[in-house]
Ligand binder design. Structure first.
Ligand SMILES: *Cc1c(COP(=O)(O)O)cnc(C)c1O
Length: 392
């Protein structure tokens, strides 16, 4: 029999044991965690929409019309008018011909990748891709080649020697580093090698590009350049779920083949209705993005001056590199003692020796919130014995 207790004890010894906080109240920078008020810098609610009154009202207004439960899968009798309207809205938002609404980003990646590649095919996946992409690759039973993070020369060499259908998959914005994939180069390489490109823009949607239309729109990459776009709705969009956007033919294909679309209950339609309202706010309110960018710029300047090592990121994901697991935990705990919540991210979420604090910003943070974080970081600098960014 498997010794659960011993395995868990090993994890604890390695500084890898994970625990859950109990949050009460809505998601916002001022959180109540296990009964203690904390200022949070760790959610993915980048635009501060998770608790927006207009979006909440859209959900509650929809419910008398739609009821609550999804009740059946989309292919049985769960495909509601509200889901359809959201798909039309998402296609327009992303500048694609059509879109398909999934229940979560995890399921979208699992379903799309395993539908588009199979035995005899080869998938090329960036080493730092999200866990749901890694699992989608495994589920597909295709041969999987992981290329070094963002390394287009290595990818070109791998593509040249591959058999079967070729599929290249990447995060748009990398979830633990905050950097952006070389998307234009990827599009060109995929065209040259007749490979299908899949971009998961979970952290770009709502944040990057004109009106928050995402990383691909920012670069002017069309449906021809990137045939398969995946986005999630639980992060900047502030609701729940995910989508795939691309050609009508692709959606028709996925409806037949994506098992995580077919064999799961449809999302409550009221969530789809609320998401439409959120997309309107995202398109209309540029001030959220400009405030967010000014917080990010100020954080990077000040944290670098304090001697913290940051990553080359211009997104709301701003990791502070620490290195070993215990120091990352110690820094996170010291900040918490000062009333701040910043999560330590450890292996296997990031590579061994690259433990970090993952600081994330939201348009709901105020200048004062940022000042509190920077003041606390100034006091905690001595907790990590890593050379300062300037010294390297
Ligand atoms: C969060 C995330 C997902 C998963 O999305 P959920 O809707 O939370 O399941 C997928 N891909 C990336 C890159 C993510 O960061």
């Amino acid at each position: 029999m498997r010794d659960f207790a011993a395995e868990l004890e090993n994890r604890k010894q390695a500084g890898l044991y994970r625990t859950r906080r109990l949050i009460s109240g809505p998601q916002q920078p001022a959180l109540v965690s296990d009964g203690v008020p904390l200022l949070s810098f760790c959610s993915n609610d980048y635009l501060g929409l998770a608790n927006h009154p207009d979006i909440i009202r859209a959900a509650t207004d929809a419910m008398p019309e739609t009821g609550l439960g999804g009740a059946a899968s989309h292919l049985i009798c769960g495909h509601h008018d509200a889901h359809h309207q959201l798909e039309v809205r998402l296609a327009a938002f992303t500048g694609r011909s059509s879109a398909l609404f999934f229940s979560t980003g995890y399921m979208a990646n699992m379903g799309v990748i395993s539908a588009l590649a199979g035995r005899g095919d080869t998938i090329f996946s960036d080493r730092l891709n999200h866990a749901s992409i890694v699992d989608g690759c495994i589920l597909s039973r295709a041969r999987v080649r992981r290329y070094p993070h963002g390394d287009m020369d290595a990818l070109a060499d791998m593509l040249a020697g591959a058999d079967g259908h070729k599929l290249v998959v990447t995060d748009g914005v990398f979830s633990m580093d905050g950097d952006i994939a070389p998307l234009s180069e990827l599009a060109a390489l995929c065209r040259a090698h007749d490979a299908l490109l899949v971009v998961d823009d979970a952290h770009g949607v709502g944040v990057l590009g004109p009106q928050g239309r995402g990383s691909l729109t920012e670069l002017g990459l069309s449906e021809e350049d990137v045939p398969v776009l995946i986005g999630t709705l639980g992060k900047a969009v502030g609701t729940s779920g995910a989508f795939v956007a691309g050609s009508q033919l692709l959606m028709d294909y996925l409806v037949q083949k994506a098992r995580t679309y077919i064999y799961t209950t449809a999302m409550p339609p009221a969530i789809a209705a609320a998401t439409c309202t959120s997309l309107e706010l995202i398109e209309r309110e540029d001030n959220r993005r400009s405030h967010l960018q000014s917080l990010i710029g100020e954080f990077r300047r000040q944290a670098s001056l304090l001697g913290y090592e940051l990553m080359p990121s211009r997104t709301p994901i701003q990791p502070i590199m620490v290195g070993d697991n215990w120091s990352a935990l110690a820094l996170s705990q010291a900040l918490e003692a000062k009333g701040l919540m910043v999560t330590a991210i450890r292996p296997p979420t990031v590579p061994e020796g690259q433990a970090r604090l993952r600081v994330t910003f939201s348009a709901a943070h105020s200048r004062e919130d940022l000042s509190r974080l920077l003041a606390a970081l100034a006091e905690c600098r001595s907790l990590i014995n890593r050379p300062s960014a300037e010294a390297v």
